[in-house]
Design a protein around this ligand. Structure first.
Ligand SMILES: [Zn+2]
Length: 473
């Protein structure tokens, strides 16, 4: 670590440590010509000694949990070149991003006597019903107009509010059954993991979690893509999936998708927030990654922290920004977001936990929303070594409200829009006929007080009731 010369630099160091949590590690394994390649574990734990820095505020930043090898990581005995791809191709059928598991007896389930907030942004509908069968919504609307099948199990929700299951579109440590279960119990039935410590079986583990309805649905990027000595390799020695040319970028993107990635996450942090320079993907490399992902029907999320990173991401044509920028967001960049139809995943809870930049991020978000920008809910759970909300991300939601978002805008951000950045808006995010039946039922009116989202009465995931706090039949 370099000598801290200024408070500005101190903030940079703190943030850099914070961001290490967003920097998953891909270490390619040695590849024999012609042999199948695999994602391999890293050679060693990233060297993140606890950093104790003193200045106007004393801040102690231990290494992030995410940066540490998981129990299943298998350290490789020898150094590995960073630019060697190491990803096993998979059968196309294994790449499907969702799993729907049918109710055992396939009996229809009818939720009646509820107020419907369907996630589209439409006005709430009182006296509504939702009919579910085979894991999907088969009918939804005014109870008097919705046909309820004779043999259906009918649940009177007693005036409670029925919403789509929520989605946290920026988490880490998602490959964890306890955490996935806690999210699901809190009504967050899908999470998007934007950076995980790669192991050979990473996407197989994702697929195993998808088979159990107790777990929130896991959408996963796997490792970040960056350049040699780029973020998060610089300055911590944390390895990532590195590319050295546009051709290499295209090829490795294809390999990562073949391995099972649901979404591609690229690092475009040029170090401005750290008051330093970090090598970053060239415009051609970033564009090549986006081109391959889009050609294969996948989306790209970009790690950005300043407006100069934002410009690179917009130029590359990415689909969402993984953090709100922390410097002043100029109007022409807001315009660029709107013109590109790009979502923002603000991660205001990250800036709250880091202790800096919250005010700027909140005001930037307010101006973005005021201009008509599209927001998706995401917190960067575990992207910093602090306690984040597990389950319903109420801190993020409160900060979104502070930025001027209405309860309805926040609900849309946490459902329809978050489904969109997961590339699952055709399946999830709204309560509409044909969609997967992920339903959150809460007591009270979240439009009057958004905290009603915490008063969980029932959670239905893939059509199965996984939590029931009193919806007596
Ligand atoms: Zn992150």
């Amino acid at each position: 670590m370099t000598i801290l010369a200024s408070r500005r630099h101190l903030l940079g160091v703190v943030l850099m440590l914070a961001m290490v949590g967003c920097g998953p590690v891909l270490t390619p394994s040695p590849v024999s010509p012609g042999a199948p390649t695999r994602i391999a574990a890293v050679t060693s734990a990233p060297s993140l000694a606890p950093a104790r820095v003193t200045a106007t505020t004393e801040v102690t930043v231990p290494p992030t949990e995410e940066a540490a090898p998981t129990a299943t990581a298998k350290p490789s005995p020898e150094p590995i070149p960073q630019d060697t791809p190491a990803i096993a191709p998979r059968d196309e059928e294994m790449i499907r991003p969702t799993a729907v598991f049918e109710v055992e007896d396939d009996q229809a389930l009818a939720l009646v006597n509820g107020t419907l907030i369907d996630g589209t942004g439409a006005d709430p509908l009182p006296n509504a019903a939702v009919v579910i069968q085979g894991g999907r919504i088969v009918a939804v609307g005014q109870e008097s107009e919705v046909g309820i099948p004779g043999p259906a199990r009918v649940i009177d929700v007693q005036g409670a509010t029925m919403l789509p299951g929520f989605i946290n579109a920026h988490v880490h440590q998602g490959f964890d059954g306890q955490k996935l279960a806690a999210w699901a119990q809190g009504g967050v039935t899908t999470v998007r993991d934007l950076g995980a410590y790669p192991t050979e079986d990473l996407f197989d583990r994702r697929d195993a979690f998808l088979k159990d309805n107790q777990y929130a649905r896991l959408v996963a990027a796997g490792p970040l893509m960056t350049v040699p000595d780029g973020y998060p390799i610089n300055p911590w020695g944390v390895k990532a999936l590195t590319v050295t040319s546009p051709e290499d970028a295209a090829s490795k993107t294809g390999q990562l998708l073949d391995a099972g990635a649901d979404v591609i996450k690229i690092a475009l942090d040029s170090g401005a927030i750290f008051n330093t320079d970090i090598p970053v993907l060239t415009a051609e490399e970033a564009a090549a990654i986006v081109e391959v992902a889009h050609r294969r029907g996948r989306l790209v999320s970009a790690h950005v922290t300043t407006t100069q990173d934002l410009k690179r991401a917009l130029d590359a044509g990415v689909d969402d920004m993984a953090h709100m920028v922390t410097d002043f967001l100029p109007a022409h960049r807001i315009q660029g977001m709107l013109e590109g139809d790009v979502y923002w995943v603000p991660t205001l809870e990250l800036w709250r936990r880091v202790g800096y930049f919250e005010r700027r991020a909140v005001s930037n978000l307010g101006r973005f929303v005021e201009a008509g920008g599209q927001v998706a809910l995401g917190t960067d759970y575990a992207g910093y070594n602090a306690v984040f909300d597990l389950g319903m991300p109420i801190t993020e939601i409160e900060l979104m409200q502070k930025a001027g978002m209405t309860p309805m805008q926040i609900i849309v951000a946490g459902t329809k829009n978050a489904a969109a950045v997961c590339n699952l808006d055709h399946e999830l995010g709204t309560l509409e006929a044909g969609k997967i039946a992920d339903v959150l039922i809460v007591d009270g009116d979240p439009l009057a007080d958004i905290h009603a989202l915490m008063q969980v009465r029932m959670v239905i995931h893939n059509g199965v009731v996984i939590r029931d706090e009193g919806g007596k039949d």
